[in-house]
Design a protein around this ligand. Sequence first.
Ligand code: 2HG
Ligand code: ZN
Length: 478
Amino acid sequence: MSEAEILHRLAEVVGPRGIIDAVPDMDGYVADWRNLNRGRALCVLRPDSTQAIAAAVKLCADAGVAIVPQGGNTSMVDGATPDASAGQVVLSLTRLNRVRAIDEIDMTMTLDAGVIVKAAQDAAAEVGCVFPLSFSAEGTATIGGALSTNAGGNNTIRYGNARDLMLGLEVVLPDGRIWNGLRSLRKDNTGYALKHLFAGAEGTLGVITGAVMKLVQQARSEELLFCAVPSVDAALRLYRRFRSQDESSLRAFEYLSGLAVDMVVQTIEGVSLPFPARADHYVLIDLASTRTNDTLRDLAENILAEALEAGDVSDAVIAENLAQRRALWRLREEQSEAQKRVGANVKNDVSVPVSRVPDLIRLGAEVVTRLFPGVRAVPFGHMGDGNIHLNFVKPEGLDDQAFLSRSGELMEAVNAVVRDLGGSFSAEHGIGRLKVDTMADWREGAELDLMRAIKTAIDPRGVLNPGKIFKTETRGRQ
Ligand code: 2HG
Ligand code: ZN
């Protein structure tokens, strides 16, 4: 089939509004948020039904055209953009965006994969429930993308990663068949848990088109604390105080380095520090309870008083209203945007056992600063999960490219520390194209063999998202 014929037949399948083939109009789909890659696509498909996606996938598979599934295109590891061949098709899920059903008794929500995470939260709130998946890109990222990367975020400490909130899935397989696994059961031990293969597979095994997700009860009381702490060790001690006194009320425990907070305050309009003096380390602690007449405020104040007395907290505020809550959360949620504005940066989305977080931050910063004097370490992240974004912003005044050309070396140095501490080189962002070499290095042997066997069994023609997760040849038409 000629290219023109493929395009013509794809247009028939998805309708005129469902295809973009003019190069300038593809711009927002072929480059990733971090500008790690600017690919070229044969076309971008934007179907609005599972059936249309299935037909398009079958057509592409039969014609030997590779497909790159894409949600909100917020990947931090270049997981959802095409290669440079202009032969791959980007399959955007963003028009498949209906909330199919909400069940307040079962506490479930059935969603199209293209529903934006924030829209899912809002829909749950309308019926008095909570969809608890929450992360900085939630205003753009989609449910399908979140599941495909098994996204974590701020509330993982309490509700788990995306896969822990997933009950059922609908998936278009690489041969164009639809697997309807949209079951909303809490117990369903019927052989292999296929849904867990597709969650975290980064679109290499199937295209997630729908999902049944868990909802939780709305909190009756909430408290948000922002604390300056003298060290990362003190932050960890504070975490242990909260956990030991009322583990069930912890909804988020986030760490922020002083420099990371400075960058948000300097570059994001309307954000300011709630204390007169800056500190080198901060934590943001979100507490929530569904109990009536809970005394969360007393709990928070008592723990703070003890921690202040012990020298583990130097300053603290507790949000008094919704506006203050939002303002404090912005210090955390604007991190990626602020670091991007300050300049080229190298990201390390890594995890270690929670007890090793202070070592990770100290040793990681030490090795990288030694390799690249002047580099600015801006660690922050999900301390309660042992997942730190150990990021580095280029030295002031240095050219972006000069810094980025050494990013592989800096990431390797951090990964060596992570390995020594018993951690993982990819905590919540996935592998994408960025970390395929590291994947091959860390997951060699039986583990990678098994993964490849699964890939070959489900996608023998290598149609879906080639070049991601595994070190395969990236290509357009086969
Ligand atoms: C977050 O926690 C995201 O805000 C992004 O995972 C992390 O920009 C980053 O490095
Ligand atoms: Zn994160």
